[in-house]
Ligand binder design. Structure first.
Ligand SMILES: C[S@@+](CC[C@H](N)C(=O)[O-])C[C@H]1O[C@@H](n2cnc3c(N)ncnc32)[C@H](O)[C@@H]1O
Length: 578
């Protein structure tokens, strides 16, 4: 194979890991020198040595919840091999060369590194399983909106481009300050704030697609791959890392929260007195899953617990949930008497409800139960246990979330955490938010809207992770064949106005695969509070793609000029997306 082809293959393999060729090339060149041009060392283990050379920063294995530091790690030193490196500090790569030269035993070094990597639970041998649609585009296509930053290896200099501060999150016009409602969990959120370039000062949230000003880019200097060790700053059981290229993305700005908290008017009434004996199991001890006869908490799931003793969702329960969400035929839809969504659009004359998906609930044991926190029927409330990472996706989706470890089918990944808003509050937030905000973060808690006649405003709730949220706010949408499914989970409140929304895997998910769920968006509904976007999920079942294809067919069948009204609708949609 020609060297050029080998080079291209290596870039492609790293592309599947989400690393752009700009980052890979200098490292690869240096590695080739170190390996004296022997490609077999570089290609071994699906380019493991190369991936490690890029990722290796001397601290990745020591990821810990260090609350004293700012959560960032020094720039990956091997990426400083060029002119900007402080020559007095030998680079890791030079150290590696030293080892190679003096041991003259490359395979030994390789196996040591492989073992080390294995211990770190980062299965790089699975890189080939990364989403193929992502590898086709390049991260360098993303425009720049960040302020100019000078690359430096000094940790002090990190302050120039990464700030974790407690500045007040900007509030939308007309929003009142959030009342101090009691949290449904115990831990306070921590601020995760990215760059604050001049263009961003008045807006919360994420910007990545700028104009790509060439003068600005020139000042940016060489691209460096950087990792934030733990964006949760110790709130989660495991660190949630974030990886990005210094020059390519504006970091997300939000407060990391482990638990949902009511914004203002949402009715979330947590009280032991409201939990009846039928909704708890005070007589149980230790682990309810070990009982011969399942306790009262299994009643919701037909007298059987939803979880296996291994902590996974039971296959038949999961399959039923998947089938209900994938076939929203009449029998899996319900219709509100007066739909809160329609009521917000037109209070005096709301239109008929367009239907909501019927879902199965899980009911977990809780404080009023006699079992322990380790009970097998308490999975979601124990929080995230899997290694997850926020990264930059391809195809204009912005940031995404991926798993760093293989996840068996039925694994709990994380719940969707945000502020609990009434639908009216969400409606007002949407109305006052800037129309050019590219990403939005609300989900409806509508799984039980149909069961109780007409809902009061404070009972029709949703979660908004725009300002406060956890890593689930980064999970992107994929039509139909997403690898996650969202399941409502009842924990501390017996009614179903408020519940937890938990993500479970629908199949085995490989390490480094992007995590996705189907937002169940109707791409035709322009007035829905969860705003539609131009979907680039890449799924063969993409509803947006089909919708557009259908639209084109209709337009061409109506003659060259097409149907003006349909065209206007499409134009309006595009304009609203900015
Ligand atoms: C909950 S956020 C997901 C995280 C987001 N990508 C970010 O960078 O913060 C939802 C937003 O991500 C973008 N998004 C998610 N899935 C997408 C898809 N399949 N195609 C295009 N954009 C997508 C849309 O802008 C959407 O409003």
């Amino acid at each position: 194979m020609a060297t050029g082809e080998k080079f291209a293959n290596a870039l492609r393999a790293m592309g599947q890991l989400g690393i752009s060729s700009k980052v890979v090339e200098p490292v690869l060149e240096r590695l080739l020198q170190v390996c004296e041009g022997k490609w077999e060392h570089i290609e071994a283990g699906n380019y493991q040595l190369l991936a490690e050379a890029i990722f290796e920063d001397g601290g990745e294995g020591d990821i810990k919840n260090d609350l004293d530091d700012d959560g960032t790690e020094p720039p990956l030193k091997k990426l400083h091999l060029g002119h900007d490196r402080d020559s007095s500090v030998p680079s890791k790569m030079e150290g590696q060369k030293y080892n190679l030269d003096h041991q003259d035993n490359k395979s030994n070094l390789y196996s040591q590194r492989k073992q080390k990597r294995h211990q770190k639970n980062l299965d790089l041998s699975n890189v080939s399983s990364a989403d193929p649609i992502q590898s086709s585009e390049r991260i360098s296509d993303v425009g720049r909106t960040t302020q100019a930053i000078k690359p430096s290896t000094s940790s002090h200099a990190m302050e120039n481009y990464m700030a974790f501060n407690t500045h007040e999150m900007p509030k939308s016009n007309g929003e009142k300050k959030a009342a101090n409602k009691p949290s449904v969990g115990a831990q306070a959120p921590v601020a995760f704030s990215g760059l604050q370039g001049p263009s961003e000062s008045s807006n919360a949230g994420f910007r990545s697609h700028g104009t790509g000003d060439s003068r600005q880019q020139a000042a940016l200097g060489p691209t460096q791959l950087r990792r934030v060790k733990d964006i949760s700053k110790g709130l989660e059981n495991v660190p949630i890392s974030l990886i990005y290229e210094s020059n390519s993305e504006t970091l997300p700005r939000f407060f990391y929260a482990r638990n949902n908290v009511a914004y203002q008017s949402a009715y979330v009434h947590v009280s032991y007195a409201r939990i009846s004996d039928e909704d708890s199991c005070s007589g149980c001890v230790k682990n309810c899953l070990l009982r011969q006869v399942p306790c009262a908490c299994a009643r919701e799931t037909g007298g059987e617990f939803a979880y296996t003793p291994q902590g996974l969702l039971k296959e038949d329960f999961l399959e039923t949930c998947i089938s209900m969400s994938q076939n929203p035929a009449e029998k899996h839809l319900f219709y509100c008497e007066v739909c809160p969504l329609e009521r917000n659009k037109n209070e005096s004359k709301p239109e008929p409800c367009k239907g909501h998906l019927l879902r199965k609930f899980i009911k977990e044991c809780w404080t009023k139960c006699g079992c322990s926190l380790r009970c097998g029927n308490r999975i979601v409330q124990r929080g995230i246990t899997r290694r997850l990472e926020v990264f930059v996706t391809r195809g204009g989706k912005g940031w995404g979330l991926r798993t760093l470890e293989e996840l068996p089918k039925g694994s709990f990944v994380c719940e969707y955490v945000g502020e609990i808003l009434t639908n009216t509050e969400l409606y007002e937030r949407n109305a006052s938010s800037k129309s050019n905000e590219r990403h939005t973060y609300p989900v409806l808690l509508d799984s039980d809207w149909g069961s109780e006649g007409i809902l009061k405003d404070e009972e029709a709730l949703c979660l908004d992770a725009t300002f406060y949220g956890n890593c689930a706010r980064f999970i992107n949408h994929r039509c139909q064949d997403a690898n996650l499914i969202e399941i409502p989970v009842q924990i501390e409140t017996p009614d179903r106005h408020y519940y937890h929304l938990a993500f479970f895997t629908k199949r085995v998910v490989n390490a480094m695969e992007e995590l996705t769920w189907d937002y169940a968006i109707d791409f035709d509904d322009e007035d829905h509070p969860v705003k539609a976007f131009e979907c680039t999920c890449g799924s063969e079942f993409c509803r947006d793609k089909r919708r557009k294809a259908g639209l084109e067919t209709r337009l061409s069948s109506k003659g060259k000029m097409g149907n003006d009204a349909t065209k206007m609708t499409e134009k309006k949609r595009k304009a609203s997306r900015g």
